[in-house]
Write a protein that binds this ligand. Structure first.
Ligand code: GTB
Length: 217
């Protein structure tokens, strides 16, 4: 059965692949699973039909028969557990890869989002110039730790896994900031992820949605 995911009809990231449908698209491409996309407007995301799929009225969601999932991490884990290609067969190696999935979402992404939100929503506050460096330092600490662990390796464990897919997706949110540039091995790690054919297909598909949403397209 072909799964259906949801994505922004008009992504605020203007096709940069930063919305969280990108990581789900990438996972589906890695395992060679074709999928359909239901594009939703902001109004549709908060309407009953979508709220039945996603209690918080967000994207992405994933439907496959009577299975309905939300949370990009849970969706990527489901894809990785039900198709070969994103998790090792060996039980211990699999547990390690899943650990990296959780650490991408629970340990690395939160400080990145805190910084992003501060830049987006707190610029007019009197304390913004004092708070921003604090948030940047929190990101820098995490990046330093991750950089130290990755070292010269290509991937976090022996082979590319769903852990790398989520970690690269999370680090991409720093694109355009000098923070990632401070850690050349992490910058190269992100570039390696982005060079994967499955990533490229996923990126181009979400970019095509943005391009088609432009006036005159
Ligand atoms: N924890 C959930 C998950 O991982 O699936 C978070 C889902 C989420 O935040 N979804 C966002 C959403 O639906 C889109 S991805 N927001 C609408 C709402 O909450 O009403 C977050 C996102 C949005 C925009 C950019 N951007 O413009 O760069 C990047 C990321």
């Amino acid at each position: 059965m072909t799964p259906t995911i949801t994505a922004f009809a008009r992504s605020p990231d203007r096709g940069r692949g930063l919305a969280r449908d990108m990581r789900v698209r990438w996972a589906l491409e890695e395992v060679g699973q074709p999928y359909d996309v239901r594009l939703v407007s902001f109004a549709e995301m908060k309407a009953p039909a979508h709220l039945a799929r996603h209690p918080f009225g967000q994207i992405p969601t994933y439907e496959e028969g009577d299975l309905v999932l939300f949370e990009s991490g849970a969706i990527v884990l489901h894809v990785a557990e039900t198709r070969p290609g994103l998790l090792p067969d060996d039980a211990k190696a699999r547990a390690c890869a899943i650990t990296w999935m959780f650490s991408a979402l629970n340990t690395v992404e939160p400080p990145i989002i805190d910084r992003e939100m501060a830049k987006l929503t707190e610029r007019d506050k009197s304390w913004h110039t004092e708070r921003l460096p604090i948030l940047e330092d929190r990101v820098r600490v995490r990046l330093g730790e991750l950089s130290g662990r990755l070292g010269n390796a290509d991937w976090l464990d022996a082979a590319f896994s769903a852990g790398d897919l989520l970690m690269v997706s999370v680090l991409r949110r720093l694109g355009g900031s000098s923070l990632l540039e401070e850690f050349p091995n992490l910058r190269a790690y992100v570039a390696r992820g982005e060079a994967r054919p499955a990533y490229q297909r996923a990126f181009n598909d979400q970019l095509a949605v943005f391009t088609a949403s432009q006036p005159g397209a």
